[in-house]
Design a protein around this ligand. Structure first.
Ligand code: FAD
Length: 350
């Protein structure tokens, strides 16, 4: 049997290759990539693909090789699976239609996935580092007897991945020797999927009809007409500096509206009851990477920075010129937010 060097070995050799050898390198690399076969776990809600699914596919495509989507729920074939089939460069969509999987309960979804992974001979399984993925994939990894690689922000090769630890203070490069790599990806790190132009085949997956010990009772979702915090291109976040819920509500929504932005909050603001905990940005909240992140009355603790420091432009309003937020801010306004925010809102409206 011909042996094929792994891309990492090939990459190490790349600098020493003469131009004539480069075409051999490229053909070996693409031959190896053809052997990679990734299952991208797609998240759906009421038949609609969630934005986290696109990050999952983007990461799978970055890996190279063939990419198959997986979706399960009540009537997904005509909805979420059909939507996924249009995504460019997705080879196949495996769909399992069963009401039991509609809410993504990990107790029966994990055995369902493990069964489909085994029957599909996938080398990689990728899901979002969302509540759904974090609940599901560790169980899938355990069923497959492999270690999960969590919250990756970059792919170095087919077995080497980059992930932040200690609230983003240390960037770890991990290499896995497991036969199947089970990975969750940070949504803000993988983008650029083309949602039109594909024509993937939709095929039936295996349904082991595993019993669930958990029953779905109800859900209480925070609804808002504003852009979704996790995917918004602009975010205005308020912190403890706003002093009260009344002041948060008086100052932050008009400023956010004048920018067409989503609203976020620091944990201190959430813990003090100024804002709903679905709005928390940071290590124990949401990760965001908008075009513009405006932090108002937020000091810039490392746990907060962990959730927003990848934003393209960071702006901050704080009365303390020494506040750590100014160390990461591209634009800073030192002053009393109770004066500066109404002034800025007024100017933006004009
Ligand atoms: P503060 O640190 O109190 O800062 C308030 C800021 O407002 C100050 O800089 C002050 O100068 C400024 N200010 C006050 N009055 C005015 C004014 N009139 N005008 C202008 N500026 C003013 N935090 C998160 O945000 N997200 C997380 O996910 C998160 N996870 C955590 C996980 C762990 C395990 C731990 C231990 C902590 C976590 N934290 C998190 C908490 C974090 O350490 C900080 O306590 C928190 O971020 C502080 O919030 P803040 O900046 O709003 O408040």
């Amino acid at each position: 049997m011909a042996s094929i060097a792994t891309p990492s070995v090939l990459r190490a050799a790349r600098t020493r290759l003469y131009p004539s050898a480069r075409s051999i390198f490229n053909s070996q690399l693409s031959a190896y990539q053809r052997l990679l076969s990734t299952l991208a776990i797609l998240e759906q809600r009421g038949g609609k693909l969630q934005p986290s699914s696109l990050a999952t596919i983007a990461a799978a495509q970055k890996l190279g090789g063939s990419v198959t989507g997986f979706v399960a729920g009540a009537s997904v074939k005509g909805s979420a699976a059909a939507e996924a089939a249009k995504i460019k460069d997705l080879e196949k969509v495996v769909a399992v239609e069963n009401e039991a999987y509609e809410k993504g309960l990990p107790e029966n979804f994990a055995p369902l996935l493990a069964e489909n992974i085994r029957s599909g001979n996938y080398t990689h399984v990728i899901g979002a580092h969302s509540a759904f993925g974090k609940n599901l994939l560790p169980r899938v990894a355990a069923l497959l007897d492999v270690q999960q690689i969590s919250d990756i922000t970059a792919i170095e090769s087919e077995d080497t991945f980059v992930r932040p630890i200690y609230a983003g203070n240390v960037i770890l490069t991990v290499q896995s020797t497991d036969p199947i790599k089970v990975i969750t990806v940070r949504g803000t790190a993988f983008q650029g999927v083309e949602t039109e132009g594909g024509s993937a085949e939709i095929v039936d997956g295996v349904d082991p009809k595993a019993a669930s010990t958990t029953e779905w009772v109800s859900e209480d979702l925070a609804k808002s007409d504003r852009p979704d915090l996790a995917t918004a291109s602009r975010v205005v976040s308020g912190g403890r500096g706003l002093k009260s819920k009344e002041e948060f509500e008086r100052l932050i929504p008009p400023l956010a509206d004048s920018l067409g932005a989503a609203i976020g909050a620091s944990r201190a603001a959430v813990d003090s009851g100024f804002a709903d905990n679905s709005l928390q940005v940071g290590q124990t909240g949401k990760n965001v990477a908008p075009q513009l992140y405006l932090a108002v009355g937020i000091s810039g603790a490392i746990q907060h920075l962990a959730g927003m420091k990848d934003s393209k432009v960071i702006a901050a309003i704080n009365k303390d010129p020494e506040a750590p937020i100014f160390q990461v801010a591209d634009v800073g306004l030192v002053g009393d937010l109770f004066e500066k925010v109404p002034e800025l809102t007024e100017k933006l409206k004009q």
